[in-house]
Design a protein around this ligand. Structure first.
Ligand code: ATP
Ligand code: MG
Length: 727
């Protein structure tokens, strides 16, 4: 379909005609609206005048009034092309002219009752002027309107009615004038109200967004703070209870974690300072290459400990320029620490600096690594606050960090008038390119003073202490087995220290490993974190609780996410308890204890032969069904001496070892102990109710060896089977 009018094109054309360089967007819209409204008025007035001329060609006064208005609007339409800032003033002058002119025409026509409704024109002008949003103009126009109205009233007795103004012409005019004035007034008010609604909607949306950002920020902050705090609290506790063992290691961990906390706080303060524009730049002038060399050297030991080669290649040397040492330190440190952190053993980090003259003099700093890389879709987010990367990307969550580093780096670079770009090939490596303007205005600092400036900067190793491998200790059988699923080594270490006395502690460093171990070990209880790489705690919980092989294992979720939503989420998915970091030692131990005790009670319930779950307790449904299935299968195959365990495995869809473990943990009995019990109970039932002898009863309930049967029977019921028969 061919459009007769392409409104968008017309709109653009009008904008082009009436805009001028430097006009703001708001100003342009206002100007355009007035221009279009004036054009509409102009057309309406010309048409009305023409129609009126056709009907009342002799009515000279009104024709000249139409002409008067047309000239004023035409003048405004033309003025809009030429006048820039003072257009509003011209508009006000025009509006005064219209009000006063209309008043004079009313007098000529014979006063208000004979004006064909022209008296409303003045009021309409006042209404229209409201859109200027300059109250004094509107008040001025209103006062002028009131004066004309009162004057017309006072002068009325002295006026003579124009002979052309017959009563039919008066009525006709009145209707026409009232019609168009009402139509415009209506549209004007409508527009005003819809604008208000639009603004309100926008405000509500903005408020909502702000709220969401704030909540997210708080959740993230608390998360980042809670983990180091847990370690600090935990280590203090361990030192107090066993100073000989923990004093050295514990204090070092406390130190590291407080450095991490301090770093978060500093980064956040810096970010808010930058945002508020309160961060000042304090430049010195010197050989920046020397300074960067010094910074790179600070990272040598960190790189060595991760077996990453760190090299610096300055293309030009020396480069004398202004730089802010503190800010440059933060920028370079963040980039190098990332390049080392998100790298693999044997990786490489290369830093190069060069001068780029294509766009003024600029210093280009490149930090390139051949590490884990960043997915393309993630590149957009890495400069966001708290962004820590895709959880699928290996390695990320095991590294300490808050996701503030690059956000801060970007802001600092912006403050220094520079730019930063990131390029990455996932799995291959990443390159950050920083470009800083070269200026030479600050006071020169001798190289020998560099030590003084840099003296404040400490080496970054403190945060990145190499974690030794965690060792799972062998433990005595009778302790309940606890599986800890947690990605932070120091927390695992603390938890093990806390719990190894009462539990046989096993651990997994992410959800995926946790799920695998839950299947393999069928532990008595699981303690799991939520935020972990590979598979998070909630996903693992889901798997554990929805798989018949593991559904019986109680799970305590331990997390830094203290917000209500994630608590509910965790509980909904079947977590048996929820403890937030930093946790209270007693609370954690009590929870573990309660759940293990609860398990024992359940074991009692399930170990009773012939246990028949009458109540369909939702929580234990899967377990009830499982036990029922197993015991039914056993009863059905009781006489079969070669009881086939493989058939039972098939029946309950589990491997032999899983079946053994699940059964044992539910009933505290092995499958064969249980089977024997069922057989003995059956034999007892037969002996007491049916008229059969002991050996028949033994055979019917699956015993081949009579003496073995007798022994087992006596042990279970405290009475010899032959005696029971006699009773
Ligand atoms: P922080 O720097 O505050 O200690 P962080 O390193 O996680 O924590 P950023 O420096 O802001 O935070 O980086 C954000 C994310 O970008 C990182 O979590 C990581 O996923 C990714 N990233 C940054 N640099 C690299 C790199 N060189 N290679 C791979 N991924 C990177
Ligand atoms: Mg970082």
């Amino acid at each position: 379909m061919v459009k007769l009018f392409d409104l968008k094109k017309i709109d653009k054309r009008i904008e082009k005609i009436i805009s001028y360089p430097g006009i703001g967007k708001n100003n342009l819209i206002l100007r355009k609206n007035y221009w279009i409204a004036s054009l509409a008025f102009f057309i309406v007035i010309v048409v009305l005048t023409f129609v009126f001329w056709l009907i009342y060609p002799e009515f000279k006064i009104l024709l000249s009034y139409g002409l008067f208005l047309s000239v004023i609007f035409l003048e405004y339409l033309i003025a809009a092309f030429f006048v820039r800032e003072n257009l509003k003033k011209i508009q006000v002058i025009n509006q005064v002219l219209i009000t006063v002119g209309t008043f004079l025409f009313i007098l000529k026509l014979g006063g208000i009752p004979h004006s064909g409704g022209l008296i409303f024109v003045g009021f309409f002008v006042v209404l229209f002027s409201l859109d200027f949003k300059i109250i004094k103009y509107s008040v001025l126009l209103f006062i002028i309107y009131v004066i004309t109205l009162v004057l017309a009233g006072i002068l009325h007795p002295y006026l003579t009615v124009a002979p052309e103004m017959t009563s039919s012409a008066n009525i006709f005019l009145f209707v026409v004038n009232l019609l168009w004035i009402s139509a415009f007034a209506f549209l004007f008010v409508l527009n005003f109200i819809s604008q208000r609604i639009e603004i309100e909607k926008k405000e509500i949306k903005l408020l909502k967004e702000l709220n969401e950002i704030r909540t997210k920020l708080y959740t993230n902050i608390t998360h980042e703070f809670r983990t180091p705090l847990t370690v600090i609290q935990g280590m203090t506790d361990l030192i107090r209870t066993n100073p000989d063992k923990w004093l050295h290691r514990g204090t070092r961990k406390i130190e590291n974690n407080s450095v991490i906390l301090l770093n978060y706080v500093n980064q956040m303060l810096d970010l808010s300072k930058l945002e508020a524009g309160a961060m000042t730049v304090s430049m010195i002038q010197g050989n920046i290459i020397l300074y960067i060399t010094y910074l790179v050297d600070l990272f040598r030991s960190l790189a060595d400990s991760k077996k990453v080669t760190l090299q610096y290649f300055p293309e030009n040397e020396p480069v004398l320029m202004d730089y802010d040492p503190a800010k440059l330190t933060q920028i370079i440190s963040n980039l190098i620490s990332n390049a080392v952190k998100y790298n693999k053993s044997g990786g490489k980090v290369e830093i190069t600096t060069s001068i780029n003259k294509s766009n003024g003099y600029r210093l280009e700093i490149k930090v390139r690594d051949n590490g884990i890389g960043i997915k393309e879709e993630e590149l957009l987010n890495i400069f966001d606050r708290f962004y820590r990367g895709d959880k699928d990307r290996k390695n990320i969550q095991n590294e300490p960090g808050s996701g503030l580093g690059l956000a801060l780096t970007l802001e600092l670079i912006k403050l220094l008038g520079g730019t930063i770009r990131a390029e990455s090939v996932y799995g291959k490596g990443t390159e950050f390119r920083v470009s800083l303007p070269v200026t030479n205005n600050a006071s020169l600092v001798e190289n020998k003073d560099l030590a003084e400036i840099t003296g404040v900067i400490s080496a970054p190793e403190a945060y990145y202490e190499e974690e030794g491998p965690l060792v799972e200790k062998k433990c005595r059988q009778n302790k309940p087995e606890l599986l800890i699923v947690e990605d932070r080594h120091d927390i695992v270490e603390y938890l093990s220290a806390l719990l190894e006395k009462d539990y046989c502690v096993q651990y997994a460093l992410n959800g995926k490993e946790g799920w695998k171990k839950a299947l393999d070990l069928s532990p008595d209880i699981i303690l799991s974190d939520i935020m972990m790489p590979e598979m998070d705690g909630i996903e693992m919980l889901d798997k554990v609780k929805n798989d018949v092989r593991t559904s019986h294992i109680p799970v305590i979720v331990l997390t830094a996410k203290a917000d209500i939503a994630s608590r509910i989420n965790g509980l909904k998915r079947g977590a048996d308890a929820y403890i937030s970091k930093p946790f209270n030692k007693e609370e954690l131990m009590a929870q573990l204890n309660t759940l293990v005790e609860l398990r024992k009670k359940l074991q009692k319930r399930y170990s009773i032969i012939g246990y028949n779950p009458v109540s369909k307790d939702a929580d234990n449904n899967t377990e009830d069904i499982f036990i029922q299935k197993v015991s039914e299968f056993m009863r059905d195959n009781l006489e079969d001496d070669n009881f086939n365990i493989n058939d039972l495995c098939y029946e309950v869809a589990m491997s032999r070892s899983q079946l053994y473990r699940k059964f044992k943990s539910l009933t505290n009995k092995t499958l064969f102990e249980y089977l024997q019990l069922i057989r003995l109970h059956k034999a007892k039932e037969l002996l007491t109710t049916a008229d059969i002898n002991v050996s028949e009863a033994a055979t019917l309930s699956g015993f081949k060896n009579l003496s073995h049967f007798s022994r087992a029977f006596t042990k279970e019921f405290g009475i010899n089977p032959s005696k029971i028969k006699k009773m």
